[in-house]
Every structure is written in C-alpha cells, then in structure tokens.
Ligand binder design. Sequence first.
Ligand code: ADP
Ligand code: ZN
Length: 608
Amino acid sequence: MSDKVTTASLLQSVFGYREFRGRQREIIDHVSAGGDALVLMPTGGGKSLCYQIPALLRQGTAIVVSPLIALMQDQVDGLRQLGVKAAFINSSLPWETARQYEDALVRGEYDLVYVAPERLCSEGFLSLLDQAQLSLFAIDEAHCVSQWGHDFRPEYLRLAMLAERFAEVPRIALTATADATTRNEILDRLQLRRAKVFISSFDRPNIRYRIVPKINARRQLLRFLREEHPEESGIVYCLSRRRVEETAGFLVREGLLALPYHAGLTTEVRAEHQQRFLREEGVIMVATVAFGMGIDKPDVRFVVHLDIPKSLEAYYQETGRAGRDGLPAEAWMAYGLGDVVGIRQLLAQSQADERIKRIEHHKLEALLGYCETTGCRRQVLLRYFGETLEQPCGNCDNCLDPVETWEGSQEAQMALSCVYRTGQRFGVGHLVDVLRGKSNPRIESLGHRHLSTFGIGDHLDERQWKSVFRQLTAAGFLQVDVEGYGSLRLTEKCRPVLRGEEKIRFRKELPLPRNKTETGRTQVGVPADPQAQALWEALRILRRRLAEEQNVPPYIVFNDVTLAGIVERCPTDEWALMEVTGIGEAKLARYGRAILVVVREHLEGVAS
Ligand code: ADP
Ligand code: ZN
C-alpha cells in the first residue's frame, strides 16, 4: 500500500464504511504505530478491522492466528472480495499449494496470512517468517490460552515465544470473553504485560433477551421459530447429543430446515452441516455447545437455549453469536423447574474443594438470579460483567412486558409444609398432587391422603404450583436431594417464611403461548412496504446467484445491512451506490453494475 493512504480513507475505499465504531480508531492507531494491544470487544463489535487496517497500513505481511481451520476460508474469501491480498495456509490445502503460498509469503505478496497456532509454532514455518517482512501478529480468540474456559487450546500457550523471537513485530490479541481472570491469563501467557488494553462495553443492544417458562419446550420452540423467525437462520442449543438429535428430528418432521451438530457426529458430517449453515439461507442449527466458537456468520437472527446454559459467561458467549451484523436478533430461553433441579443437584454433587465450590455456588446463583429476575435482564447481565447500565434497556422481555408479581406468602407456606409433612422425600410431581388433593395409588398407599396439606392448594393449577416450587428452589428455600431423584428438602432459610415473618412474592408467569403482536416483531431487514419488499427479494436472488457462482456464502458478497441500505436509497448511479455501507471500491467494481440493473428494473416496474 502506498504511503499516502490514511486510516480513514481505507475504511471507506476498502471496507465501504463511513465511520469507526467504538474504540476501533484508537486501537488501529496504536497498533499501526507499532504498539502491542489486547482488545476485548463483544462479538460483532468489529474486532477484525482492528488488525486488518494496520495490516494494510504497515509494511510487510500480517500473520493472523486463528484456532479454527474451517473458518479461515471464509475470512480470506471475505477479504479477497474487498480486493485485499490474503491467503490461509493450513492442513486442508494440498501440500504443493501450501508450499506455493509459503513462497509467496516470503516474497511479500500478501497483506494478511491466516494460520493455525500449531503451524505457526512449527520450526519450519518460523524459519520462513524469519525471511519474510512482518507487519504484525494478530492472535484471534485469544481466550483459548485460558485453561479454565471451555475453548482451551494447548497450542496457544506456545504463542508466547513470538514475543522474544520477533521482538520487533507488534502483537494484537483479541477476544470476546469478558471476565477479568481470562484477561489476566491472556496478558501473562502471551507475554503481553506491556500491551495496551482496550476494553469496550460488552452490551449488545440489538439482542433482545427473553426467557419463557418451560411447559412443552418443543412446541414452544416450534411456535417461536414459525411465528417469529420464519426462514431465518439461528442456533438452538441443547444440553445433550440425544436432545440435539430428537429436537432436530422433530423440527425436520415439522417441515423446518434444521440440522444437528454435536461431538458424536463424524468430522465430515459436522463440517458439512457447518458449511450448509454458513452458505444456505434460513438453516436452523440444533447443537450442543461444541458448535459455535468463531462462527462469523453475521446474520444469525436467534440463539435459543432449550436447556439452561452452564453459567452466565457461557450464556453470554452463546447468545452473543446472534446479530453480529447489528440488526435486531433474539436470545430466547425456555427455563423450568427441571433446569433448577439439575443445577442444584450438580452443585450438591460437586467434588471440588471448598473454595471452588463457593465460586461454583456463586455462579449458579447468578445464573438462577438472571432467569428469575423481574427487572431488566440486560442490567443484571452487564452488572455481572462489571458494567452498569443506568436505565432499563427497553429491549428485554421484562422491559417490554413488565412482570407482574403476586403475594404468595400463604402459598409458600403451603408448599414448604407439604414438603415437610411428606418427610422431605418427594419430588415436585408428587407434592403438587398432594397439594391439589389428587388421588392416585401412590398417594393412597403412602397414606398421604390423610395429611393436613392434602388438597389445601386446589385454587392453583398444576402449572402454577410448579412455578411456585421452581421459584422457591431457585431462591434457595428448598434444596434438591443429592441422591438424584429430585426430592426436595427444606433449608434454614425457610423458618421465617413458615413462621409468617417473611413475605414472599412470586412472579406471575405469562399465560403461554404469547401472541405475536405482544412482541411487536417483524422479520429483520425485510421491509414492510410491498414495493421495497419486491426490491429486497430481487436483490436477494442476485446475491444468491453471485454467491453460488463463486462458491462463497451469500453474506460475503454483501450482507443484510448493505442490502437494506440499497433498498432504502435505491441508488441509480455508482456515486449513490458508494454511499451504501459495505460498498467499497472492489465491490463497486465487481457488483456495481449488476446491482444497478436490478434497482433500475425495479424502478421501471414501479413507474409503469
Ligand atoms: P467481531 O470479530 O468483533 O465479532 P467483526 O469484525 O466480524 O466482529 O465485525 C462484525 C460486523 O460489523 C461485520 O459485519 C463487519 O463488517 C461490521 N463492521 C465492523 N466495523 C464496522 C464499521 N466501522 N462500520 C460498519 N460496519 C462495521
Ligand atoms: Zn431490559
């Protein structure tokens, strides 16, 4: 690149963006000037630009370390679309091709080269790098050095040696993992103690958080997908492989385009499903947490949790895969008593030492607190990650439909004494039957018909009682038996309630299913006006064709934000088209004409 180019002109001419987001400018200036940096930014925050622009500004080649071979291709395809000289070198390439690329690297033909950490750290590759001129090292997904996170990659630890071996080359590490422990581990383990740390807000304002009480999870899911996200792409997380298979099978039988993904499938099947998720439109990926890291697909419109996630950290990371493009997206979770019981059991069975147990306990309480909160969910989430959001967000279920609560001190007493009278040996199903005065052989044989709590609670239905038990358990009044049958016992916390000294309010569960107008959602991007809709569809067809011709995902040609920009402005010449976000010089040259033809045809059709 010539000396004249400036950071701002690159942003417009190469990437087609008007302005920097958040701290991008500061980071780019710092790294371009040769400084080391650690960048913490939420998913979709725009991390890639932070090393891509310095790579173009500085002399030499930037080496980008990325843990996932499968995704390098898309990243490089995306850059090539922008006219940037980029390549990846990994084990998926035939030997001779890799060799050619390596030679080209040494000759300085690339602005950026993507490699996996194990290749980078091999002696052969390092000696190539000795001969090349390097502009910087970018270490993506830097939290992979953390042994505590679930993305730990031992190869990442070896990257520390870059500090000594290439002492002159600036290094920038990037991650979307927010907590302070991970941050410190990255600084230590990558020898980045002198790096400047850039922390952005972790808020994802375009994601709407919703939690619904779990009643019939599958049916609820189906309704959510059909009514609120028809033909959109998203991820449905389940806890186990079996549940993934069952859920995917169910959705397919219902006529939806769903694919399973979990560690029990062969590498080929997994790769194929991932590829289809990236390349086709409207694919629903039903997956365990094995799926996700580094999924750069920008138009994931929803992330569903059919089972409670492991922690709030995991939840935030998983839901963060939605809406990278900044358009509205949803994080939707179905949560029920079973989830609370499961979590409480895990905790009780933990073999960890006292200190770790306390931490686990704290984390689980935070997770349950989030699920049960009647206030703004985003405030709870951000507070957990050490940020404060002054005002309720206006974009979570509790903000949109304020939760009603009801005075339930008496019901709490009924529930707790029923646990006590039945000997603290039974699970919720039985307890609810006793409270509601249902007769069945078990109740008869146990003599529970004669208990003082038999039938005292028939003013609530089964669902309401389950909700009461769930909330009492989540709040720590009841404890789940360690033996694993889910029987409930009283805790110390119960005393004041049983004595009538403590009042209890329960959240009123919304009658389900909610109807669509309540959430006020329309499909993302798709304009409401029928004429604009016709143009949107025509552009989508064009995009699909261009993508298929080049064998790349549609969003690499141009994403939905760009599509919406074209529909909004209806550009009739190249100047007007350049104004649309995401259209830089290379894309203008490549697709400008085809886009303008579609727009003109559309305008003629409207006029006639
Ligand atoms: P991250 O790696 O942090 O998850 P990306 O680098 O993939 O995020 O960027 C997310 C999306 O935001 C991409 O579609 C990218 O093109 C877009 N983007 C990044 N920076 C800007 C900007 N300054 N203006 C407009 N769009 C941007
Ligand atoms: Zn809110």
